[in-house]
Design a protein. Structure first.
Length: 278
């Protein structure tokens, strides 16, 4: 129960509970009690179901269809109707038990209500300042430039002490296989792959590592330990290629989302700065 639409139903929980407390639906509609046949006919059009004389309105179904953003089909409306009926049954039982009047439940309802309001505040701000194609292109160019013109396929062995790194280098010079010695690495992610870090640009690594990496010739390893905040590295360069950066249309959605998140964070910081917080 409440399976496919639980997130949306939760978002409307406060409205639904408050509406039930006043004897109305979320849309504020009530079935006329004794207005005659004409009123009953109008009510039947406005309502899709009745649960113990409480209406499930067509307007509430319409609202859920809009919120879900899915194609409006009879099957979707039937599922929404079924779940709204279930909710009404549950809410009526909760009311009989006095659950809506409990302090903890009132707190939860208020929290959901405020959360929905805040979410819509940020949606409203995003609509006022939509991300433009120019901003997306600029961010794409910036990220692409940060990758650099080259990518490096490297292996590394990470150890705690400089003497350990020197010993590994001596063994490599004597013909030991890098992949075998990499089993001693304290980097568990790459140790199981023979120290392989895959393809990445210099910006993916800490500066001491990348500085040493870009100076290597293909097939060579560092003949002196490379120290970073993680320990001592021995690095071997497998290959170099021009940066393989995806075209804009493949990453446009991710860039847009990133810019939206950045914009929302800036808006949040601006509001907090303006607020008098004691």
């Amino acid at each position: 129960m409440l399976r496919p639409f639980l997130p949306v139903l939760v978002a409307f929980a406060a409205t639904a509970v408050m509406a039930q407390n006043t004897g109305t639906s979320a849309a504020g509609a009530q079935k006329p009690a004794d207005k005659g046949a004409a009123a009953s006919k109008v009510a039947n059009v406005a309502n899709v179901a009745m649960v113990n004389d409480k209406p499930i309105t067509k307007a509430s179904v319409d609202q859920f269809v809009t919120q879900l953003g899915q194609p409006d089909t009879p099957e979707l409306r039937d599922r929404i109707k079924e779940q709204l009926i279930e909710r009404e049954v549950f809410l009526q039982e909760a009311q009989k038990r006095g659950i809506p009047d409990r302090p903890d439940v009132k707190f939860q309802v208020d929290f959901v209500r405020k959360t929905a309001i805040i979410q819509n505040l940020f949606r409203d701000e995003a609509k006022k300042h939509p991300i433009t194609d120019q901003e997306i292109q600029a961010e794409y160019d910036k990220q692409k430039a940060a990758q650099g013109g080259k990518e490096y396929h490297v292996r590394h062995i990470l150890v705690d002490k400089e003497d350990e790194a020197k010993d590994i280098i001596d063994q490599l010079k004597k013909g030991a296989k890098f992949e075998d010695l990499a089993k001693k690495s304290k980097d568990p992610g790459s140790a199981s792959r023979g120290g392989d870090l895959g393809w990445a640009g210099p910006g993916a690594y800490v500066k001491p590592f990348s500085d040493a990496m870009v100076k290597l010739e293909k097939g060579k390893f560092t003949e002196a330990p490379v120290q970073s905040q993680f320990g001592y590295h021995v690095i071997q360069l497998e290959d170099v290629r021009d940066t393989q950066y995806p075209p804009l249309d493949q990453v446009k959605n991710q860039i847009t989302e990133s810019l939206q998140n950045r914009q929302a964070q800036a808006f949040a910081e601006e509001l907090k700065k303006k607020a008098k917080i004691q």
